[in-house]
Design a protein around this ligand. Structure first.
Ligand code: ZN
Ligand code: MN
Length: 478
């Protein structure tokens, strides 16, 4: 009996806005600790919050892109709890009427189509950041009040890989619609995973929550580990305890953090200090039509227009600078597959070697196309094309100048090649004699001698042909 994993995700997304959700404190990760605070986000008694419309709009962009249902009115609720990261003792969140319900996230992976059902999405403010150092704990209230959208999936995922794919594809969407930077390493997107195992067709088992996973890869690893741990525990006759666990990335295991006997009673209450805001259908449809082309649609178009593979198109979308570069190249030279191959092979390799980014280099779409054309026309060899690309990446010099200065262009002029062959044969008489005597292997040596005299610029295919002719003539004249 193999127990099947069952996973639901809760994903906190930091919305791209200039200011906090209920006050005008700026959001700037580089600011000194506790410098972007005011009585509202510190939760002083008697202060009144005022809603940041930009944050609502960003939240609506996300739920609309995910085809979630939006309520007629925007309402907030208070979620009560006490913790050092929340000085007002309640978090302003949404519980009774959330910003989005239902909807799905669609994507493909290795030919398989997924449509992940979503449960709901709600707007809420972030808590402050606790910093534990040696035996001291500190709190930075700059993060407190950051607008978040918490997205909750239905528990429909079955593996760590599926969870990783959800995060990667959600990130792609969020960046495309510019609603969040969604950088997990910078905590702009944080994921908690609820994991349980059960027999096929049986109700789900006791679930364990893994908190604060901060990269798609860790989400996958932590879930895989946790499914294995629960299976093993049950196989030994043990019981899964309902608890919160943390992923220890150094040891590659999840560890118990605290037991969670029952759900907390947060005593949700409608927020009395914020007015109810109408969300008329016209507003929602206007937001829908203001969205750019979404990733799934754009990928489908790239497959149609450029005959790229799904994975290739996905990779381009995941790196907007490369996508822009690719499109500019295709405009000049309509050979998308060839250009994609150059960008992801030769160009990517050199950039990695030099530890630099495409936009920081001197390479322009026009120059890359120039190099590709030279190679296609047989004017330069593959290795010279690579050398030329390297030179172009580091200098602003024009391609024809580099070709000349570095003698990269192939010479196929017959009379010049014949004269190098003549010189090579004259200087290597013993090799010539050996060849005539039947030692065919010296052909390679004589070819090398010819190429050397041309400074490596003679077209090797031409040299093969003309050297063969010259040697045959020498044989006949005997
Ligand atoms: Zn503030
Ligand atoms: Mn939350």
């Amino acid at each position: 009996m193999t127990l099947k994993g069952c996973i639901g995700l809760e994903i906190h997304i930091a919305l791209k806005t200039k200011t906090k959700l209920f006050c005008s404190c700026p959001l700037d990760a580089k600011s000194e600790a506790n410098s972007n605070v005011c009585p509202v986000c510190l939760g002083h008694p008697g202060v009144l919050p005022s809603l940041n419309n930009e944050a609502v709009k960003q939240g609506l962009r996300i739920v609309t892109a995910l085809e979630m249902q939006v309520p007629e009115e925007l309402r907030f609720d208070r979620k009560h709890y006490i913790y050092p990261d929340l000085s007002k003792n309640f978090q302003t969140s949404q519980f009774y009427f959330t910003l989005g319900r239902g909807g799905s996230l669609g994507f493909k992976h290795q030919g398989k189509a997924y449509s992940i059902s979503l449960r709901e999405a709600h707007l809420e403010e972030d808590a402050a950041k606790l910093i534990h150092q040696d035996d001291e704990s500190m709190v930075d209230y700059n993060r407190g009040g950051t607008p978040l959208l918490e997205l909750v999936t239905e528990p429909v995922l079955h593996s760590g890989l599926e969870a990783e794919l959800v995060l990667r594809n959600l990130r792609l969407l969020l960046r495309r619609i510019e609603a969040s930077e969604a950088n997990m390493e910078l905590a702009q997107m944080r994921c908690d995973a609820n994991v349980s195992v059960s027999e096929d067709g049986q109700p789900t088992g006791t679930r364990v929550e893994i908190k604060n996973l901060n990269s798609p890869r860790f989400v996958k690893q932590a879930i895989e580990y946790e499914i294995g741990r629960q299976r093993e525990l049950l196989a030994r006759g043990g019981k899964v305890v309902q608890e919160t666990r943390l992923w220890n990335e150094n040891r590659g295991i999840t560890q118990a953090m605290r037991s969670k006997e029952s759900a907390h009673d947060y005593r949700y209450l409608p927020e009395p200090d914020l007015p109810v805001v109408a969300l008329p259908p016209e507003l929602i449809s206007a937001i829908g039509s203001s969205l750019p082309e979404l990733p799934e649609a754009r990928i489908a178009r790239y497959l149609r227009e450029y005959s790229l593979s799904y994975e290739a198109a996905w990779r381009l979308l995941d790196e907007p600078a490369a996508e822009k570069f690719f499109l500019a190249c295709v405009e000049i030279l309509p050979e998308p597959e060839l250009i994609y191959s150059w960008l992801t092979n030769q160009v990517a390799e050199l950039l990695k070697e030099k530890n630099t980014e495409l936009y920081e280099s001197c390479l322009s779409p026009a120059k890359l196309v120039e190099i590709i054309r030279l190679k296609q026309d047989g004017a330069i060899t593959s290795s010279n094309a690579k050398l030329l690309l390297k030179l172009v990446l580091e200098t602003a010099e024009e391609v024809p100048v580099l070709l000349q200065n570095h003698k990269l262009i192939l010479i196929s002029d017959e009379s010049r090649i014949r004269s190098w062959i003549a010189q090579a044969l004259e200087k290597n008489n013993s090799a010539l004699e050996a060849y005539i005597a039947g030692k065919r292997a010296v052909f390679g040596f004589l070819k090398g001698e010819t190429l050397r005299r041309s400074g490596g610029q003679a077209d090797p295919a031409r040299v093969d042909l003309l050297l063969g002719q010259a040697l045959a003539e020498k044989e006949e004249s005997r």
